[in-house]
Design a protein around this ligand. Structure first.
Ligand SMILES: Nc1ncnc2c1ncn2[C@@H]1O[C@H](COP(=O)(O)OP(=O)(O)OP(=O)(O)O)[C@@H](O)[C@H]1O
Length: 122
């Protein structure tokens, strides 16, 4: 492989992100949820640190989804569409990382949003 320029490396990384957004339904859902969470944060007058928490937890889910997609592609390449228990295990573990990060972000969201909403309602 030839050495790439910085611009070429950047373009390849952007192409990778574009591929995931185009092909994976889940990442579209994560991106929409992030925008909704940030919009709701504006209405609830979130502090800077609260916005940072929303951005970081949303980014964690999106990053794990991107890595999950890369692992899926490598596994598909390795087994060439054949069924293999290790292919299943690898994909299930990668999907587990997405699930775990999503659960963490739900816990953070509950801790951030519920007190604010209750405060407004009472
Ligand atoms: N080659 C394989 N051999 C055995 N099981 C597989 C194989 N490929 C996929 N699986 C099983 O099917 C599931 C779905 O695989 P697929 O590649 O369709 O991912 P996906 O539905 O796009 O997952 P995600 O929603 O996490 O992106 C995997 O989690 C795994 O359990």
């Amino acid at each position: 492989m030839k050495n790439q320029s910085l611009l070429e490396s950047f373009t390849c990384a952007i192409d990778g992100i574009k591929h995931v957004i185009k092909k994976e339904r889940n990442i579209k859902i994560h991106l929409i949820l992030m925008i909704l969470a940030l919009t709701l944060g504006c209405f609830l007058a979130f502090s800077t640190i609260e916005f940072i928490l929303v951005i970081l937890t949303s980014a964690l889910v999106i990053i794990t989804e991107i890595i999950n997609t890369a692992i899926e592609r490598v596994v598909d390449l390795a087994v060439d569409q054949k069924i293999h228990p290790l292919a299943k295990l690898s994909k299930d573990i990668a999907a587990g990382a997405v699930l775990f990060s999503a659960m963490v972000s739900v816990v953070v969201a509950v801790l951030l949003y519920i007190p604010k909403v209750v405060n407004i309602l009472l």
